[in-house]
Design a binder for this molecule. Structure first.
Ligand SMILES: [Zn+2]
Length: 482
């Protein structure tokens, strides 16, 4: 090796060391120093139920010491701050302090000051924040994040330039991302002096005093309210409740329309008359919140068997003499409340008009399901409609239907009763059925709901079918390149 070559290699090594060394100098502190705090959170969660609607506050000591119940008395706050935390610690404990609370309406984050104090550059901390934000977005769709900037304080005033640089980078991202909010708490603090007035801090001139937190609350609160509204709107799935803004967002993410084929039809003495539409509407809401898409209002007219008797028309379950199960037959009679019958020809017109409108509105996938004869009629025409309207059609019958674990596979028997018990328990009145189980209740088909129906069975069916449908819909979306 020539001397020149040797010098050149040495030069390269020095360059590499210069590049690598600062990274080593900024190595993350060991996250396991917080093991005890994390265990305390877990113990708290075991003893207390996580509320249904809540704001997650997460970060370092300024979050932990925030009397959040007093600052936000009307909100439910889950506070997962721990003193001394770097953003790298939040990332390390993401399952324990973030993903566990992915149903949060919005997230308030304060973290980054300790990172800069620990020698990390503004760019490095900002990049950690970006990683954290990516985790939030991947796991809890539609959750806005409110970023509280690193605070100017007398105790760390010598670091303010670097912190201000960090804040500026993140502020710029917030301006571009509609789900990120920059709560500019630093500006009003700096208006009291540079460094800010000591009355905003406790004795250590690092952590906030009550006065300091009041100042923060006045900046953060309006953004929390905005975030909660944004979260609520983004989680709406019922067509009739969407603004054009919410509609555009949902259809862009997943152009799926769910069409509940209901009826207003006798479903035994124990179930509501709208059972068909209700079961499938709520099932669709669950599907839409996972696979995306929009749920239409129920169609309550549907075809069925028909017979004329004494100048009256009888439909579907009215025809007890034609019951498909031996031993369950009863005299033909008009059941109370049924008002749904339409000829197949007219039903077809309604459906085709619906597909034409939905295709025009931008939908690519239709899930139509509900009342047996309606679903059967529609699914026989899926192939024809796919060609005519350029959309893909699905129903929800499939796997494990024969075990009663499908979506609507009997008539007010074990399956439908279990589904209504799961989805709308307050509407089920088992006490209206004859107690004597040797006596078959009028107008029911399937297994005896008095013996076999339960909300657990309903949820089991919903979970099985939801998972199957979500997979199928994701594959269909992929075909349309979503
Ligand atoms: Zn039904």
């Amino acid at each position: 090796m020539s001397t020149n070559r040797f010098t050149f290699n040495l030069f390269i090594i020095i360059i590499i060391l210069c590049v690598v060394f600062p990274v080593i100098a900024q190595e993350n502190p060991d996250p396991n120093r917080f093991q005890k705090e994390i265990e305390q959170f877990q113990a708290w969660d075991r003893k207390n139920a996580i509320p249904e609607d809540y704001v997650l506050m997460v970060g370092s000591s300024s979050i932990r010491m925030w009397q959040s119940m007093e600052s936000f008395p009307d909100l439910k706050i889950v506070n997962r701050g721990f003193g001394g935390a770097h953003i790298s610690d939040l990332i390390h404990f993401k399952h324990e302090i973030l993903l566990k609370y992915k149903a949060a309406q919005c997230i308030v984050l304060y973290c980054g000051g300790n990172d800069v104090t620990g020698g990390k550059s503004a760019e490095r901390v900002a990049s950690d924040f970006e990683t954290f934000w990516n985790i939030v977005q991947r796991h809890s769709l539609n959750t806005p994040l409110i970023y509280i900037p690193a605070k100017p304080c007398p105790a760390r005033w010598h670091l303010w330039d670097e912190e201000a640089k960090l804040n500026a980078i993140i502020q710029e991202w917030c301006q571009k991302d509609p789900w990120l909010y920059y709560a500019d708490t630093a500006t009003p603090m700096l208006e009291t002096g540079t460094p800010p007035d000591s009355s905003l801090f406790i004795k250590d001139l690092l952590h906030m005093s009550e006065k300091g937190y009041d100042m923060w609350t006045s900046v953060v609160r309006p953004l929390v309210d905005k975030g909660i509204r944004q979260h609520a709107e983004a989680n709406l799935v019922l067509y009739e409740e969407l603004t054009p803004t919410a509609f555009r967002k949902r259809i862009q993410e997943a152009p799926i329309a769910y069409v509940p084929l209901g009826t207003l039809e006798w479903h035994g003495e124990h179930l509501p008359l709208g059972s068909d539409g209700l079961q499938v509407k709520h099932f669709f809401e669950i599907l839409a919140s996972e696979a995306g898409g929009i749920v239409l209002p129920m169609h309550y007219l549907g075809p069925d068997r028909k017979k004329k008797m004494d100048g009256k028309e009888l439909y579907g379950m009215d025809l007890g003499s034609m019951h498909w199960e031996e031993g369950h037959k009863y005299a033909d009679q008009q059941f109370a409340g049924s008002a749904y019958w339409i000829s197949e020809k007219d039903f077809n017109k309604i459906l085709e008009a619906t597909w034409k409108q939905l295709s025009r509105a931008g939908f690519k996938i239709i899930v139509a399901h509900g009342h047996g004869p309606s679903t059967g009629f529609a699914s026989d025409r899926f192939g024809e409609w796919e060609k005519k309207y350029g959309m893909k059609f699905f129903h929800c019958w499939g796997h494990r239907d024969d075990e009663g674990l499908g979506i609507m596979v009997d008539h007010a028997g074990m399956n439908e009763t279990s589904l209504v018990m799961a989805l709308r328990p307050e509407l089920v009145h088992m006490e209206y059925l004859p107690a004597d189980t040797t006596h078959w209740p009028l107008g029911l088909g399937g297994k005896d709901p008095r013996i076999h129906a339960s909300s657990e069975l309903g949820w089991k069916a919903i979970t099985i079918q939801k998972d199957r449908m979500v997979k199928m819909l994701r594959e269909a979306l992929a075909e349309f390149e979503y």
